[in-house]
Design a protein around this ligand. Structure first.
Ligand SMILES: [Zn+2]
Length: 253
């Protein structure tokens, strides 16, 4: 039997037998990995206390063929303050869901893991408004996965649009269009203001460490969030239930 040590975040846990769980972990060196955590529901197994969502932990696993068993999980960083606020918690589960669906099994993707850790850090500390954080995460994932939209000039005619009062974002083709080149607002073509476009360009221009360091005027937060979400969902073809839940929470009276 071989033992391996990885660092990672739990993206999903499924009940398994009476006392066990099957965990899906996004690891630093092996991408997504499924591991059985025997007896994790028992209070006696303190060596597994780091095996919970919203903890970045070091996991020791035993390996037999393609099967992994969790032996130990030690906390490196806790994001558990996310649980103190229902909106943050719903957004946190959506972020983990996105991570688990974009990452690949046994394929290391450190930029994606670091992006998620930085996003959870900001959510945990409440340094960025939730809707701004969500949009920035969705857009930056597209960027690091190779689906960077064309947003510095009109994707059809090349006109620079910084001085224009508004332009259009084509979420299907992935880029902006000037008034002349766009047929107007459609299901996949959204009108966008210069302030929202500036925020999008800031995120695309920034590295993983600083992509959240921008201010967004309250009047454009919805527009920015809508463009980022629509772009991410269209490009990833992902329809997460955790997003429906997040929306239910934020639209609650
Ligand atoms: Zn044009």
């Amino acid at each position: 039997m071989d033992f391996i040590t990885v660092k990672g975040l739990i993206v999903k846990e499924t009940d398994f037998n009476e006392a066990d769980k099957m965990l899906t972990i996004m690891t630093d060196s092996m991408g997504l990995l499924n591991a059985k955590a025997s007896g994790i529901k028992s209070l006696k197994r303190k060596e597994l206390s780091g095996a919970k969502p919203f903890l970045y932990s070091e996991f020791t696993l035993s390996q037999k063929g393609d099967y992994y068993n969790l032996r130990e999980a030690n906390i490196i960083h806790s994001f558990l303050d996310i649980k103190n606020d229902l909106t943050d918690l719903a957004l946190g589960f959506y972020i983990l869901d996105v991570l688990g669906n974009i990452a690949m099994e046994h394929q290391s993707n450190e930029p994606l893991l670091r992006l998620t850790l930085n996003t959870l850090f900001a959510l945990n500390k409440k340094t960025v408004p939730a809707s701004q954080l969500k949009g920035a995460y969705e857009l930056k994932i597209c960027d690091i996965e190779g689906f960077t939209p064309h947003t510095f000039e009109c994707m059809d005619c090349g006109a620079e649009l910084e001085e224009e009062p508004y332009c259009y974002f084509n979420v299907l083709d992935g880029g902006i269009l000037c008034k002349k080149c766009s047929p107007g607002e459609e299901r996949t073509i959204l009108k966008i203001s210069p302030a929202a476009l500036n925020a999008i360009n800031f995120i695309l221009d920034s590295d993983i460490k600083s992509f959240l360091s921008f201010r967004l005027d309250a009047s454009v937060i919805n527009e920015f969030g809508n463009v980022c979400e629509r772009y991410f969902l269209t490009q990833s073809d992902f329809r997460p239930k955790t997003l429906d839940y997040y929306k239910k929470v934020i639209f609650q009276p």
